[in-house]
Design a protein. Structure first.
Length: 208
């Protein structure tokens, strides 16, 4: 758990260990308070609008209990053609998602929301990365889906893990695929005035 000493500190509204790690690696201090929204109930015309709307719903839920804090939330979707791939519920679904991604290029969209109720501020947006998979053999898919890796990941793969075997090319932000576009998130935090001009404290981390 990453604790901030400031009462107006940053809260990451996410249970994703990847998001927690990315934000820590970016040098930020934050608390983690998870949201529990019904993602399926949110509808939108495009995957980018959907990702941003889900991120917004996650941030707003945590913001209701913590109106003084800045809340950061995100949602990652994998989009192949007109299909949005969520997290596979079982090995069969994981196999079918990987077959769908085999040999093609798809989009990973992460919606991000940053809000503070007390300051009446809410910003949300989506970042897209193109990811190209090589053609996968049945043996490769069987090997990968026998590992625990695909099961809590959108699209049934983790670029930061064993699925690196399969990825020929990416265009766009790598951290966006892992779950949080760090460059854009740092810009948003900076715009909100909550990362003070890249001033570091003696531990080399940003004081929030
Ligand atoms: C495509 C891809 C996704 N993922 C992960 C990031 C997210 O944790 C997950 C997408 O699910 P999300 O619903 O975006 O997030 P989550 O349920 O894990 O966490 P929370 O809603 O509490 O923030 O997939 C990877 O780790 N690597 C990848 O390469």
């Amino acid at each position: 758990m990453h604790q901030s000493n400031s009462p107006q500190g940053l809260i990451l509204a996410s249970a994703s260990p990847r998001r927690q790690e990315l934000l820590s690696q970016a040098g930020l201090q934050f608390q983690i308070i998870t949201s529990d929204i019904d993602e399926e109930s949110i509808l939108a015309d495009t995957p980018r609008i959907l990702a941003a709307a889900i991120a917004q719903a996650k941030a707003r839920e945590v913001a209701t209990l913590h109106p003084e804090n800045w809340i950061l939330a995100a949602d990652t979707l994998v989009v192949a053609g007109d299909q949005v791939l969520g997290k596979p519920a079982n090995p069969e679904e994981a196999v079918s998602m990987l077959k769908r991604l085999s040999g093609i290029s798809h989009q990973v969209i992460t919606g991000v929301a940053l809000c503070c109720t007390a300051q009446k501020k809410l910003r949300s947006y989506a970042v897209t990365t193109d990811v190209s998979f090589k053609e996968l053999t049945a043996q490769e898919i069987a090997w990968y889906t026998a590992t625990p890796e695909p099961y809590d990941k959108a699209g049934a793969y983790a670029i930061q893990g064993l699925a690196a075997h399969f990825i020929r090319h990416i265009c766009g932000s790598y951290t966006n695929v892992v779950g949080l576009p760090i460059c854009e998130v740092m810009e948003s935090l900076s715009l909100a005035g909550i990362v003070p001009s890249y001033v570091q404290n003696q531990n080399g981390v940003h004081a929030l």
